[in-house]
Design a protein around this ligand. Structure first.
Ligand SMILES: [Zn+2]
Length: 444
């Protein structure tokens, strides 16, 4: 289903994210894939679909800069571990075991969860195989998705099925990019995604850079998430993790590094100077006991930062509201109260995230001519008495507030119900697939 036409979001309180602190009552008219008009009162054109937003907030759709929807079926099966054990004991065996059908089921569950919680665009990393299934799910469910298969060619405790030779691994990425980059009216884009330094040879990383730059694709990897990881990278390469990646070409406005928790002093400036994107994933960083990325310092240095829930098994939810609440409070421990204001957190979840995805010119704000990715949030008791919208959303927002969601002009969620797929079927298929996987993987 790919219906886009004319949609009027009527009588809401619009928070356009074009200026800090700005909100006003208005109607918002969408024509095809773009925002056509925002004005105090707009008469619905003939045949126009009207979404009632009375008493609601109307915001740009939320943007996540780092997720793994393919990991959805391992949720609730990977608790109480730090990163390298979490990967080698749970996630890699799980990813190695996934059939094409199971990748499809996992992706549909993750994408449905994202849409129902107001995330309209995400940067995603898959597993090594069956990545067509992820794009097919994104195409069908209607999310704006930048995604790529994962590349791995070495590393301790990596199961054999996940190890590829660089040449065939990159050929597969090229094939996927040819099929999906720019598909669904440019709602889908390809990102080249080496997993992290510890599972990629320098030859593979350089190959990824060359492929991405030759096709104008985003580069997406993990960096400096965990101290054990950064120590190992230093012992192998003699360099800091981010500095090593930059030396190989993984730096710049077309590169997104997830985490950046354990940075060396010079790496803050390096990230800022090269305009490299950073995906801040506080939920995952706390659950895996990795640490707290110094986002206020990164922002002060001028770095580009967005938010991400990371994988369902390390969070365990894909809700941007959880990440916003953490980003708005966690940094107070290091920098004092108000370290990141709620308006700054909302920026990370909207236009700053869109910038990290390379989409900042036309996404992440509500303005005429911008792409029509919009979320309508209904109030809850935790918002009362009504006050500063950023405070309400960041500190007390939740999935239950999400009423309507529009992506690229298409209404994908209405009155809290997913329109592009049957959520009950997705749930049923996910439970069944997870049960079979648990048997194969001998999960207790
Ligand atoms: Zn990740």
């Amino acid at each position: 289903m790919n219906e886009t036409g004319t949609v009027l979001i009527s009588s809401g309180t619009v928070v356009p994210m074009t200026q800090e602190g700005l909100f006003f009552s208005a109607d918002l008219l969408i024509k095809s894939t773009r925002i056509a008009k925002i004005a105090p009162s707009i008469d619905p054109p003939e045949g126009c679909r009207v979404l009632d937003a009375r008493g609601c907030l109307v915001l740009p759709g939320f943007v996540q800069t780092h997720v793994h929807v393919v990991q959805s079926l391992a949720r609730n099966r990977a608790d109480g571990l730090t990163l390298l054990d979490w990967l080698s004991l749970r996630i890699w065996p799980y990813e190695a075991a996934l059939s094409a059908g199971e990748v499809a089921v996992a992706a549909r569950l993750g994408i449905a969860e994202l849409l129902l919680s107001g995330t309209t665009a995400a940067l995603d990393m898959g597993t090594v195989h069956h990545h067509h299934q992820v794009f097919a799910a994104a195409a069908e469910l209607g999310i704006r998705f930048v995604s790529g298969k994962c590349h791995m060619d070495r590393g301790d405790r990596v199961p054999e099925p996940l190890l590829e030779d660089p040449e065939s691994s990159l050929a597969e990425a090229e094939h996927l990019a040819a099929r999906w980059h720019g598909a669904a009216s440019d709602r889908l884009r390809y990102a080249v995604a080496p997993r992290f330094v510890l599972s990629c040879s320098p030859q593979l990383l350089v190959g990824c850079v060359e492929l991405a730059r030759s096709r104008n694709l985003l580069l997406h990897t993990h960096a400096s998430e965990n101290l054990q990881e950064t120590d190992l990278v230093r012992s192998i390469t003699g360099k800091g993790n981010v500095a090593y990646l930059a030396d190989l070409g993984l730096a710049g406005p077309d590169t997104v590094l997830a985490h950046c928790v354990h940075l060396e002093d010079g790496e803050y400036d390096l990230l800022a100077r090269r305009h490299t994107g950073v995906a801040h994933c506080p939920g995952a960083n706390l659950k895996l006991a990795s640490g707290i990325a110094d986002v206020p310092r990164l922002l002060r240095a001028g770095a580009r930062v967005g938010l991400g829930a990371d994988g369902p098994p390390c969070n365990n939810r894909l809700s941007i509201f959880h990440e916003m609440a953490l980003a708005g409070t966690l940094h107070n421990l290091r920098h004092g109260p108000g370290a990141l204001s709620p308006w700054h957190v909302l920026e990370l979840a909207t236009w700053r995230g869109a910038e990290v995805l390379g989409w900042g010119q036309e996404l992440g704000r509500l303005a005429e001519g911008f792409l029509a990715d919009v979320v309508v949030l209904a109030p809850s008791l935790s918002w009362e008495p009504w006050g500063d919208p950023a405070s309400m959303v960041v500190f007390a927002g939740g999935v239950g507030n999400v009423r309507h969601v529009v992506v690229n002009g298409q209404v994908v969620v209405e009155e809290g119900q997913l329109l592009t797929a049957d959520a009950e079927t997705i749930t049923k298929e996910a439970r069944h697939a997870a049960q079979l996987l648990a048997g194969r993987l001998a999960w207790s």
